[in-house]
Design a protein around this ligand. Structure first.
Ligand code: HSE
Length: 291
């Protein structure tokens, strides 16, 4: 018996949807799992070469956590061949994909037959917020609120390009969260939540111009984090007249421009000349989630 698991990358926040809105993208971590005498992770692509090849691998650790939750001491030894095109620590949900992969691994190896909502509950409890794990599991755009219990809605998105502009350096989420304010005044909270509310409505109606406008007005994180992202203003200015809007993907440092295929076909080669050492990926929404 062997299994193949495909886990999509994600982009979180979409501007003001801090810790609560995320979208699955057609960029994947793939696991080929087969029984073996001992645990081994084999990296088939550069993106996963630096990860532990033994039980220290995060995917294994999450799998074992799930096993224990259901009364098993360990996971049956397996060889897992890993293929990933998701760059690490760039704000494209690579840790969330490892969490989802670990849950799926335990599910298939122990025949747990977990439902999507059970998996979602486990994943969100591990991550602490749903904005990456939920779309990675369910696909599409997921808007969720978590306070030990998760309430969420999923919205499929079609015909929109998420142009990921990925710099050649990493930024740890802990570092990007450390620059955020510890508290907000009542008035600031009202403003911040109003921007988030309009953003959500814009997503539900597919009003990408309005979403783009709201992305710029986010109060929650981008204005604090941009000091860690040297290219933030320049990239925004480079693309803004042609796209619906730009935002910091998750905790960064990747920036994403919301746009169309026609714009990408027309402009991408010009834009790339400005940042030739960045990776520019024109991604579509994965509306299916992990399979
Ligand atoms: N919403 C999270 C953040 C995503 O912006 O910090 C990364 O976990």
């Amino acid at each position: 018996m062997s299994w193949v698991i495909h886990v999509p990358a994600t982009t979180a926040n979409l501007g003001a949807g801090f810790d609560s809105i995320g979208v699955a993208l057609n960029l994947y971590l793939t696991l080929e799992v087969a029984p073996s005498d001992e645990w081994e992770f084999i990296a088939l692509t550069e993106e996963v070469k630096a990860l532990p090849t033994d039980k220290q691998n995060l995917i294994y650790k999450i799998g074992r956590k799930v096993a224990k939750k259901f009364g098993y001491q360990s996971l049956p030894p397996s060889t897992v061949r890993l293929t990933s095109h998701i760059p690490l620590a760039r704000g494209l949900g690579s840790s969330a994909t490892a969490i989802i992969a670990g849950i799926e691994l335990a599910d298939v190896l122990l025949e747990l037959n977990l439902s999507k909502s059970e998996k979602l509950e486990i994943a969100t409890a591990i991550e602490g917020h749903p904005d990456n794990v939920a779309p990675s599991l369910l696909g599409g755009c997921v808007i969720g609120h978590y306070d030990q219990q998760l309430d969420w809605i999923q919205i499929p998105i079609n015909d929109l390009i998420f142009l990921a502009i990925i710099p050649p350096y990493e930024l740890k989420t802990t570092q990007a969260r450390a620059v955020l304010p510890k508290s907000f005044s009542y008035q600031e909270s009202v403003q911040a939540s109003a921007v988030a509310n309009v953003s959500t409505a814009a997503i539900c109606q597919g009003d990408w111009d309005l979403l783009g406008k709201m992305m710029k007005k986010d109060h929650f994180h981008q204005s604090y984090r941009k000091k860690l992202i040297p290219h933030y203003d320049e990239v925004t200015q480079l693309v803004e007249k042609d796209v619906y809007g730009t935002f910091l993907s998750g905790a960064g440092p990747t920036m994403i421009a919301l746009t169309t295929k026609a714009v990408v076909d027309r402009q991408l080669d010009n834009w790339k000349k400005t940042y030739p050492n960045f990776q520019w990926l024109a991604l579509e929404v994965d509306n299916q989630g992990v399979v």
